[in-house]
Design a binder for this molecule. Sequence first.
Ligand code: G3H
Ligand code: CA
Length: 324
Amino acid sequence: MFYSGEELKAVFHKAKQQRFGIIASNVVFDFTIRGILQGYDQTKSDGLLQMSSGAVKYAAGNSKDMNTGAQLISTMIKTLSQQFKHSGVGLHIDHATPNYFDFIVYCLENNLVTSVMIDASHEKFSENIRISAEVVKIAHKYGVLVEGEIGYIKGSEDEIVSDTELYTNPEEALEFVKKTKVDLFAASVGTNHGVTKGSEVVLRLDLIKKIDDLLIANNVETGIVLHGASGLTTRQQQDAIANGVVKINKDTMYQMEMASAVQAYWEKEKDAIVKPAGISDHDYMPDKKRFDPRKWIGKAEENCSRALQELTVISGSAGKSILL
Ligand code: G3H
Ligand code: CA
């Protein structure tokens, strides 16, 4: 099922009250979308699929037209998700920086998304508040949820690249949430975008808890979002959830899972397309059954789906869909 903004709000509300996490999965291609949707349904978990600006440009092909890319991704998710009865999903715009304001409005006017992240975290604090509040005002008219961010995290994710990190200040977080009325709040608490090893990440659980407690004490409780969560250990993710995180973003992990599945396939099936040494041209025949893209891309899809299913068990969202 494809959720409305109101239904997605209920998903996050349930997760926050029962202290489990919703896995937000970055997608681009049909096979990631399919693998992820099937994965959520398999474990009866609600979820969120996210498209970055780079993803929508890629989806559109050479034109890189973001509106076309978003239409394609949204239509595919809406159509496929109708088949699944044990879980529901929404579609989220990930890291829309202020220069993509018109793109956000296009997605809202055309009913393509359930939620959107306005990322003005690299602007001055007052400017971040002004821009984020403006997006909230428009998005809420369409019943769409908004995620905002202050502070920024290190690493690279598509078009978002930062060599430095700036931890979120809890007092500023409170002021930001109060003034903007965002539904979800992304905090910088030690994670990095890209390939990371959880064992080397110093996750600031104290900061997550401080922000969450402060928001709750001031009656502006929102779900806290953890970006750059791919390398985190099971324990780190569960501790983050226990301290107030409700949305865990994953991108790099799926990319690695898909790449390793394809690599393993071709290591085993190389002779389907490459003539082994010592065999004559006359005796060698490529094997269409094994180089058909559905075979090897299918492995990527399966691995992506498996990884997501494990994540829903770790985050506790398995078996907790609001549809059940
Ligand atoms: O918004 C998406 C996530 O922050 C992706 O981070 O690439 O480290 O999984 P990741
Ligand atoms: Ca991110």
